[in-house]
Design a protein around this ligand. Sequence first.
Ligand code: GLC
Length: 609
Amino acid sequence: MKKFIGLFIFILSLVFMSGCTTEIVPPIEPPIVVEPTIAELVESKLDSLSLNEKVAQMIQAERGYISPEQVETYGIGSILSGGGSHPTSYLDTADDWYQMYFNYQQSALNSSSEIPIIYGIDAVHGNNNLYGATIFPHNIGLGAANDPDLMYEIGKATAEEMRVTGITWTFAPAVSVVSDISWGRTYEGLSENPIIHQNLVQSMILGLQDNGVSATTKHFVGDGGTAFGVDQGNVILDEQTIRDIHLLPYYEAIEAGVDTIMISYSSINDMKMHGNDYWIHDVLKEEMGFKGFIISDWNAIHQLPGDYSDQIVNSVNTGVDMLMEPSDWLSAYDTLSQAVLNQRISIERIDDAVSRILTVKYTRGLMDHPFDRLAPETNLYTQEHQDLAREAVRKSLVLLKNDGQALPLSNNESIYITGPAVDHVGYMCGGWTTYWQGNTASDIGVGISIKDALSNVVNAQSVSLATTWANADTVIVVLTETPYSEGVGDHDQLTLTTGLSHPDNAAALLIANQAQAAGKNVIGILISGRPLVLGSYLDDFDAFIAAWLPGSEGGSGIADVIFGDYDFTGKLSFTWPKDISQIGYTSTRSNYDESYVMFPFGYGLSYRS
Ligand code: GLC
């Protein structure tokens, strides 16, 4: 009996315990997954790579010189399109571009490292290589607009119009502080004065990078400060002046978290920047703490002393992390590998460079989404982007003269328009459009000319277009430079009828003179990549507008303002010289005298002024 009772109690306790245990066992939580940090991902990936795979990440080839098969064989880390380097032709669609990108990317993933490429392109005022893309005003106009919110939106729109092709890296914005407008790249600069860069650079970078595209600030350091504005020339300045003027924008860029920085072809006090250990390693990476990666410019290391191996050793040991060697990419790959094996470059330097490159690829999502793209139908040349570009044009225009309230135009007058850029979108876009040196066609596939935009107003209101200037109330004369890029644009005879000014400007100026003598209301519009000496020609105009390089929506933006729908708000971000001798005289000088020049930095009229 006792056994029975004991068994009964035991079973009862079991039942009791089982009942209690179901109530006290906590619910089973799903395991907490701790995502690895980017640093951990980079370290892990780096540890998995062979020397050759690491070296391959440091090489950038140009699409015209490398096949997808070679990308797979060598595991090359980056490809670029140089200015105007289309898959097959300038008419290629976003789908054509994406197919090219996809083929290269698929090959990269099939390589032994399985690391996706990062594809770079000069989208410097919209995705300007792509047929049908919105072309925004070049930086000189955006400097006059001086609107950070606008810069962010342009960066965002540019990123969107890039990603319809899959490409996620632009070699922009240039943050050149331009000290001499003889320089052919003046228009790529926001201003002569870094106070403008301090207001705008971060916004452009964030607009791009917040929307999936790596930005590049360029060209480090002092590209716009060479003697006499010679492209790839020599900066002859003391260190403090370089820091105060040309280094400032890079603080902004680093604060914004810019992914990459491109080195300048130019020299500082006769030392080529691509071999300048002090400014690249000591200042940019150590003192300023730049954590992204540094890329060389197109074949720039070939300008360094010594043989090819010396050039690669010098630039990489200086701190260049990726070599833009468009056609010599295989030689660069072999030479860099050999330099490490010969211990001319340490494996620590290689690991630092590759870590920086992988960090950007992880941060910008390439490692996880190498084939991402946006739909062209809803991102390319949309009404939103056209309106944004039109707004940018309006805000970039600077009214230099407006005697007798010549502007705004009334809605019931007869207008005669003339000049080489009056019906020419290509000229309004300038360099880095369709092709490296710009597009000299009047119709580039998108946009609206000044003539067409005025015709739209005419049709909408009682404004008429006269067939001769003698029959008109108002004569509009549109003058222009012809497109140029880089050193091709270097010139010191910067007037309306010399330098790179269009040869037909002279005939247009003669009409202005005759119309003025006949008492007409004469309006001048200048399409140019920089201020040009106006001289006595300005006397023939009642009103004069600096329109810079306004891009595809230049016609609409200009019409909006000259008919008074919007007021002028643009202010000069460059000093306007009175004569050739004043070229190079800028507002960064301690003794800057506004009364000395034609129109000073910060000048701009409005309808209310
Ligand atoms: C050019 C320019 C640079 C550009 C690069 C790639 O020579 O100096 O601004 O990004 O090559 O096209």
